[in-house]
Design a protein around this ligand. Sequence first.
Ligand SMILES: Cc1cc2nc3c(=O)[nH]c(=O)nc-3n(C[C@H](O)[C@H](O)[C@H](O)COP(=O)(O)O)c2cc1C
Length: 171
Amino acid sequence: MRREPTNVERFFGDEEIIVSKTDPEGRITYANDVFLRVAGYRESEVIGQPHSLIRHPDMPRAVFKLLWDTIAAGHEIFAYVVNLAKNGDHYWVFAHVTPTFGPNGEIVAYHSNRRAPDRAAIAKIKPIYADLLAEERRHPSKAAQIAASTDLLGRVVSQLGMPYDELVFTL
Ligand SMILES: Cc1cc2nc3c(=O)[nH]c(=O)nc-3n(C[C@H](O)[C@H](O)[C@H](O)COP(=O)(O)O)c2cc1C
């Protein structure tokens, strides 16, 4: 069951790291205490659940497509993400998501580390995500939404003259 956003923002310490791990399908296999505290869940409520459990409706689909395309290809990605806590509050993170490889080079798991983001960066990323979301809302099907906002994200990034993963470090 998805809760309605309360529009109340939560914060966590600069020295803290929110950690989770997933199986190759994105189901949560591990969550640290900081994750559980900030997201407001008990461990038993998150293990085995899809990571979209904490998906916030303000997040553009294009960002998750880029995330999955990148990690499934065996690369790391850095991304700003706003997440939904169990009670509907939200919290911004700067995430570093990486694949874990098995002995034959196959992807056996994924791992995400999140730090408290730079507030100036969040102020810049919010209007970009809002534009992507507005673009998505113009299209009826999920596939069309992803195609349109991925295209817009590409244009935003090329206007800024660098790939998204570099863009995040300059915000
Ligand atoms: C290791 C890992 C961590 C993830 N962390 C988050 C997260 O913190 N918040 C989030 O909304 N999605 C996260 N995702 C992406 C979700 O799997 C999913 O793609 C996203 O929530 C969009 O869900 P939807 O396609 O059902 O809309 C993560 C995926 C992986 C592999």
